[in-house]
Design a protein around this ligand. Structure first.
Ligand code: SF4
Length: 481
């Protein structure tokens, strides 16, 4: 059955009337000034609306026009717009903007996408937003919310925001183009949130196929489970730099987790993107592999750790940057990227060596405090954990030896947290890039959060976020008290 877009959009429009208007729309409605809309849109990238609104207010008090903006230095701009995300880059772009507008566009903001994307700091998303909001001209601004929600609805089946924009240009009736972004941003922030959406109160729930969604659960006290405790997210990003280009930082901003564990960063310390290093609100810890473009882990934490441990003290494991541990008051958080056994199980010996070393390490830590391990374990434990168990028997990730180690881990007193909450089949965290595997949900559950048994009750919720794109894996999360 096709998705009833003509029923859903009018209903959402009624619904979002009571929700907060995105800041760029607000500035457009208040000022009707394309220059201010452009500046506010540049400020708003990877920044919360309330932070953008305050920064725009401070900036427009000093510089309400391009001429006034030209009089401000980069240092002054940095001070005025801080703490918006990537404020240093944005200050540079804003500093260059008046001259570019004056020399190329007679001082006016252009309205075509092709011209807008030539301005400093303006990408395709910003250009579409400025064209639609400031000029009311046909454009579809696809940000992370539009891309995500359109895929949840099955209205498009795409892997990147650009593909979504192109698919929507073909399919979405033009009457919705201008407002789809502000509508789905407001709806995505308040109801259809990236992590545990409020399907229980959603006004279009009867029409939504909820593709790839793990809805929030209610705990026994009637509060939503996601409203308590700390929120931990783990994601194999399959290359940090590529993932940044596919919206990693937007996902981190919208998930707002307390700890974010990344695996397979494939980047050395001198290759880390500037926008990642400037990410606000998190302490960052990096453990790259010695070999370039290979493996490696990172943790971003809002909570200051007592200690950080890089590796487990075993040289051949530590040189691959596979284990990074943060110690907190009453728990250890271990971020780990288990090796792949490789075709023909060529690396099985190393994987078994890693498995044994990890279990010893976890057992040692467990004597002192709770152990929370998050990461890519590179193994599907049971037949329910992959779409094609028979065809994959003895393939890497589903060999008897690897599965037996999962049995050993659980028998040693650890809990696969996701299975505490969900016994459903079809719950996967990795899909091959081949044969449209993700669209067809031909996947594997190989990313986990594991805790020691004694602390199992501290896990209030566990989820798989298959609606979040940007890697061949999707993030997994737990709420921990
Ligand atoms: S039912 Fe759930 S997944 Fe679907 S649109 Fe509503 S909140 Fe989003």
């Amino acid at each position: 059955m096709s998705f009833p877009i003509d029923i859903v959009i009018p209903r959402l429009e009624k619904e979002v009337r009571g929700l907060e208007v995105p800041v760029v729309d607000l500035i457009a409605a208040q000022t009707q000034d394309p220059f201010k809309v452009l500046v506010a849109t540049i400020l708003s990238a990877r920044t919360k609306d309330e932070v953008t609104a305050a920064a725009a207010r401070r900036l427009f008090d000093r510089a309400a026009t391009a001429q006034e903006l030209a009089a401000l230095s980069v240092a002054e701009l940095e001070k005025l717009i801080y703490p918006v995300g990537f404020f240093r880059n944005k200050a540079r772009y804003l500093n260059q903007l008046p001259e570019v507008l004056a020399t190329r566009f007679q001082g006016a903001v252009p309205s075509s996408i092709e011209e807008l994307i030539t301005l400093p700091g303006v990408g395709r998303k910003t250009a579409n937003l400025v064209r639609s909001v400031a000029f009311m001209l046909p454009a579809i601004c696809v940000d992370t919310h539009v891309h995500r929600i359109m895929n949840i609805w099955g209205y498009v089946q795409t892997s990147t925001p650009l593909q979504t924009e192109m698919a929507l240009r073909e399919k979405l009736p033009q009457q919705y183009w201008l407002r789809i972004n502000s509508l789905l941003v407001a709806f995505g922030q308040a109801v259809c949130r990236p992590v545990a959406p409020h399907c229980d109160i959603c006004c279009i729930s009867e029409h939504c196929p909820r593709l790839g969604v793990t809805p929030r659960k209610r705990n026994t006290r009637g509060r939503t489970a996601m409203s308590v405790g700390q929120h931990f997210l783990s994601w194999n990003v399959n290359g940090l730099r590529a993932a940044v280009g596919k919206g990693l930082l937007e996902v981190i901003a919208s998930c707002n987790a307390d700890i974010v564990a990344l695996q397979e960063i494939k980047a050395q310390l001198d290759q880390l993107p500037k926008e990642v290093l400037e990410l606000q609100g998190y302490r960052q810890f990096w453990h790259p592999a010695e070999k370039k473009g290979y493996a490696g882990t990172a943790v971003f934490s809002k909570i200051e750790p007592l200690q950080v441990y890089y590796g487990i003290g075993t040289e051949d494991i530590d040189r691959e940057g596979r284990v990074l541990t943060l110690e907190f008051d009453d728990y250890y958080f271990i971020n780990t990227y288990f090796p792949n056994a490789q075709p023909g199980l060529k690396r099985m010996d190393f994987k078994q060596h890693f498995n044994r070393a990890m279990l010893e390490y976890m057992n040692r830590l467990r004597q002192a405090k709770t152990v929370v391990l998050g990461g890519d374990l590179n193994v599907a434990h049971k037949e329910i954990d992959l779409a094609r168990p028979k065809e994959n028997r003895q393939n890497p990730g589903f060999s008897d030896e690897e599965r037996a180690w999962m049995d050993t881990l659980l028998a040693a007193g650890y809990v696969d947290t996701f299975r505490q909450f969900c016994q459903d089949p079809g719950q996967y965290t990795w899909w091959s890039y081949r044969s449209n595997a993700r669209e067809r949900n031909i996947g594997w559950r190989i990313d986990y959060f594991v805790v020691d048994e004694a602390s199992g009750a501290r896990v209030r919720d566990a989820a798989i976020h298959s609606n979040i794109f940007g890697s061949d894996h999707c993030p997994v999360s737990i709420r921990f008290t």
